[in-house]
Design a protein around this ligand. Sequence first.
Ligand SMILES: NC(=O)c1ccc[n+]([C@@H]2O[C@H](COP(=O)([O-])OP(=O)(O)OC[C@H]3O[C@@H](n4cnc5c(N)ncnc54)[C@H](O)[C@@H]3O)[C@@H](O)[C@H]2O)c1
Ligand SMILES: O=C(O)[C@H](O)CO
Length: 332
Amino acid sequence: MAKPISIEVYNPNGKYRVVSTKSMPGTRWINLLIEQDCRVEICTQKKTILSVEDIIALIGDKCDGVIGQLTEDWGETLFAALSRAGGKAFSNMAVGYNNVDVNAANKHGVAVGNTPGVLTETTAELAASLSLAAARRIVEADQFMRAGLYDGWLPHLFVGNLLKGQTVGVIGAGRIGSAYARMMVEGFKMNLIYYDLYQSTRLEKFVTAYGEFLKANGEQPVTWKRAASMDEVLREADVISLHPILDKTTYHLINKESLATMKKEAILVNCSRGPVVDEVALVEHLKQNPMFRVGLDVFEDEPYMKPGLADMKNAVVVPHIASASKVKLIDT
Ligand SMILES: NC(=O)c1ccc[n+]([C@@H]2O[C@H](COP(=O)([O-])OP(=O)(O)OC[C@H]3O[C@@H](n4cnc5c(N)ncnc54)[C@H](O)[C@@H]3O)[C@@H](O)[C@H]2O)c1
Ligand SMILES: O=C(O)[C@H](O)CO
């Protein structure tokens, strides 16, 4: 029997009981639920990742809907528990929903929601930040400075990769991949090569128009290419950013073989989901190729990193913070 879990309650007399497994930013979402006659219960337990048992205890005997997080395993057990409690809706506070077994939800008559579109720019900006940090060795240089090792300017100190005129490769040119591609093309005048199951006509038009603008101003125009295979991107790009969904087709998309296909001094960025990259193979590749660099927001076994990754100077690692930005006018 799981221990009782601490909660905060809004609108205690509401007709529908909605549980949120975590406190979330702002109050607008709470007010919207209250307007719909919901009693809102927010879990306040000081535990970052709730177990299936914890969530079953939260659901209890009567629960109309749950708002959950990407760290939770929403499969057969939880959807069965929610359905038994009369639940009809589950909302994942994330764009990615690889933690949700939609077939199990369907089987138990629970509708599933996610948050597509709201994190496009913030995630693309973090991918751009990681690309720059890796290209210009920002973290290594910062650590060197703080360690008191800087004893004067030198011509070879922390030489990195200049992005201008290089090729940016995007794997998964959906909302986030396309936004990232536009930032890198327009911001750093990089050429684009992308691989996706679908053509991104808007992105192609954007790069064409920007190339024409540069040409009209006497500058080298940027170019684009839709690759016929992922390998083409891996072979040709100098910076490769991963933005596909995580499913069976993208699990370990980047593995020992694909890493070997990349340029020795390439930069790999992952802001999609950790298991898109075989992290053990990546650590080995980083060890063998000191000029190859990565920027990672996501990890295969979050919150852990595979052994050796934390020691690699050619890796920039941040704890899944692509969504963690404030916008002006957020409700108070
Ligand atoms: N790091 C973060 O905090 C963060 C934030 C938001 C989203 N994400 C991740 O980013 C992912 C993408 O989000 P989005 O809004 O751009 O989704 P999206 O659906 O717009 O784009 C995903 C793209 O991947 C493509 N794709 C699917 N399978 C592929 C394959 N095998 N090879 C190549 N391309 C493939 C799709 O065709 C699509 O264009 C989410 O699913 C989520 O996992 C991470
Ligand atoms: O998929 C998402 O939404 C992110 O990974 C977390 O905000």
